[in-house]
Design a protein around this ligand. Structure first.
Ligand code: FAD
Ligand code: NAP
Length: 507
């Protein structure tokens, strides 16, 4: 039965790979037909084509594939992902109330539906297959596996119940299987703090405070919707270690927060003393951002906006020049009750305004803490160089030194900052470097078309790993969309691996 399931949907398996499987007789005809129809397998013998394997199906993976396919009209790309579903943080990171950002999925889908690109999900590289094996099977391997961990503060009390990483919280409301059971306690207190002042911090604050009637029309997971519906959180404060001129969020996201229905901003005018004088010297983007913060902090709202803010039940705010030095338990001793903040002053060190502790502290009561101080990439495989200090794979224009045929792109190449579009520029650089190396003869196509993927599929089969191909993902997609339609949402995500695999292979 396992073999039958494995063979179901393996439409691009070449005759070479196909024959090596012990094929179930009932399925043989169907698979043979599809094998014969598959264009990858029709290359005449000796007609070697560069075969590329990309690890990670987020924006970096797909944009790298796109640039490579555009730059070389013969080359083929197989994109592997450890999850059965594609698109990385576009699916599991981007906030549910930002559906327009996810439109990029249409572009990626068109690519995966093309004849020279395929998706192979449910394959954890480093565990199910090694990078060394991928390098043997493919001419080129691009590592685009993102940043799946997060940075910690390393202060006492960080592991108290009630302190969560924003990464897990995001994964929980966005249906990442590993975070499905996070079950954050949103009932024990009315005050949350978010450590960090980047766009992820704003995302999690906004999701905590957005009226349920707006959230319920998004693809937020049902469990998160229910928990937020019953949430006691009314106030969320974002704590920055530096000042207003150093916030890491952007103006569009700030504007959204300022206008958030049912919620009023609470910014302290004293934090902005002297800032207006500096505005004119700021670069355009930072200028607009700072102007909005200053306006929000110093100008009293009038008219309908004053009315709106007066009636708002929720509140959000920014606190500056504060670093957590300890998380303190509440009276029961069983969960977080406050954060002790070290007060900083700003000092220019090596040309950068840095936070320097004054030695003073203050305690800030809160019952929920989301630590949002950045994601972090991890090393994947002992044979891949990794700079643990910077948390990236060292590379020159995406080429990994010392390992022929190995490249990288995206967050694992340049660190965990930048929007989806930044991954496009970055992927283009890596693809350009690969195409240059190909045309210079530094890399050669050493196998017939389809060989690399067949080799890896055979290996996965031996290891009893069931790869999820693009058409399998489409069955998951159809089920999620169907469930979403029933409740007036764009989709209701499947949140467990078991369920994803069940629908992937359901015929
Ligand atoms: P990822 O998107 O993380 O993709 C990496 C992929 O690699 C994943 O699919 C992962 O499953 C896979 N992978 C990991 N390990 C393995 C392995 N061992 N084997 C196989 N596969 C593996 N940008 C915007 O423009 N707009 C937004 O609204 C926005 N919102 C965001 C919200 C959050 C919470 C976060 C964290 C980021 C957001 N971004 C947004 C930024 C954007 O998501 C990133 O710039 C982009 O996703 C980085 O792309 P990537 O491909 O490098 O990484
Ligand atoms: P980020 O933008 O780098 O912000 C990290 C924040 O954490 C900064 O305020 C940083 O302050 C702070 N920080 C770091 N280390 C700290 C420490 N030890 N103690 C206290 N504070 C610390 O990272 P992010 O918010 O995780 O976002 C990642 C990327 O995704 C960003 O490029 C972001 O723009 C993007 N994204 C975009 C959107 C969107 O477009 N809507 C949404 C979400 C994410 P310092 O500046 O002082 O280091």
């Amino acid at each position: 039965m396992k073999i039958v399931k494995f063979l179901q949907g393996r439409g691009l398996v070449s005759a070479y790979g196909f024959l090596s499987y012990k094929c179930h007789p009932i399925r043989c005809n169907r698979v043979v037909t599809r094998v014969l129809q598959a264009p990858l397998c029709t290359a005449s013998s000796g007609d070697n084509i560069p075969q590329v394997c990309i690890v990670g199906s987020g924006p970096a993976g797909f944009y790298t594939a796109q640039s490579l396919l555009k730059g070389d009209k013969k080359l083929t790309v197989d994109i592997y992902d450890k999850l059965p579903v594609p698109f990385g943080l576009v699916r599991f990171g981007v906030a549910p109330d930002h559906p327009e950002v996810k439109n990029v999925i249409n572009q990626f889908s068109t690519l995966a539906e093309g004849q020279r690109c395929s998706f192979v999900g449910n394959v954890n590289v480093g565990q199910d297959v090694s990078v060394e094996h991928l390098l043997q099977a493919y001419d080129i391997v691009v590592l685009s596996y993102g940043a799946e961990d997060d940075t910690t503060l390393g202060v006492p009390g960080e592991d108290l119940p009630g302190v969560y990483s924003a990464r897990s919280f995001v994964g929980w409301y966005n249906g990442l299987p590993e975070d499905t059971h996070l079950n954050p306690d949103l009932k024990s207190s009315d005050t949350a703090v978010v450590i960090g002042q980047g766009n992820v911090a704003l995302d999690v604050a906004r999701i905590l405070l957005t009226p349920i009637d707006l959230l319920k029309k998004t693809d937020i997971t049902e469990h998160a919707l229910e928990a937020i519906r019953e949430s006691a959180i009314r106030r969320v404060y974002l704590i920055g270690r530096r000042g207003p001129l150093q916030v890491a969020f952007t103006v569009k996201e700030l504007r959204e927060m300022v206008k958030l229905p049912g919620c009023r901003p609470s910014l302290n005018a004293e934090d902005f003393v002297g800032i207006p004088d500096k505005i004119k010297e700021l670069p355009r983007v930072r200028k607009r951002l700072t102007e909005l913060m200053v306006k929000t902090a110093t100008e009293a709202p009038s008219g309908a906006e004053a009315e709106r803010q007066a009636q708002a039940k929720n509140e959000w705010g920014l606190k500056f020049c504060r670093s957590p030095v300890e998380f303190l338990p509440d009276a029961s001793g069983s969960r977080v009750g406050a954060v002790r903040l070290g007060i900083n002053k700003l000092q220019v060190i090596d040309g950068i305004e840095k936070a320097v502790p004054t030695g003073e502290t203050e305690d800030f009561p809160c019952g929920l803490v989301l630590r949002s101080i950045g994601y972090k990439s991890l090393p994947l495989d002992p044979m891949v160089p990794f700079d643990s200090k910077k948390g990236v794979i060292p590379s020159t224009e995406g080429r990994v030194p010392g390992v022929k045929g190995l490249y990288c792109s995206g967050w694992v190449k340049r660190g965990p900052t930048g929007v989806i579009l930044s991954s496009l520029n970055d992927a283009m650089e890596t693809a350009k470097c690969i195409l240059k190396d190909l045309s210079a003869g530094e890399l050669e196509a050493s196998h017939q078309a389809g060989w690399g993927k067949d080799e890896i599929l055979k290996h996965l089969h031996q290891k009893d790993v069931q790869p999820v191909l693009y058409e399998d993902w489409k069955r998951i997609d159809a089920e999620e969309t169907r469930r979403g339609e029933e409740v007036g949402k764009p989709r209701e995500k499947l949140t467990s691996l078991e369920e994803m695999l069940h629908y992937a292979f359901k015929h």
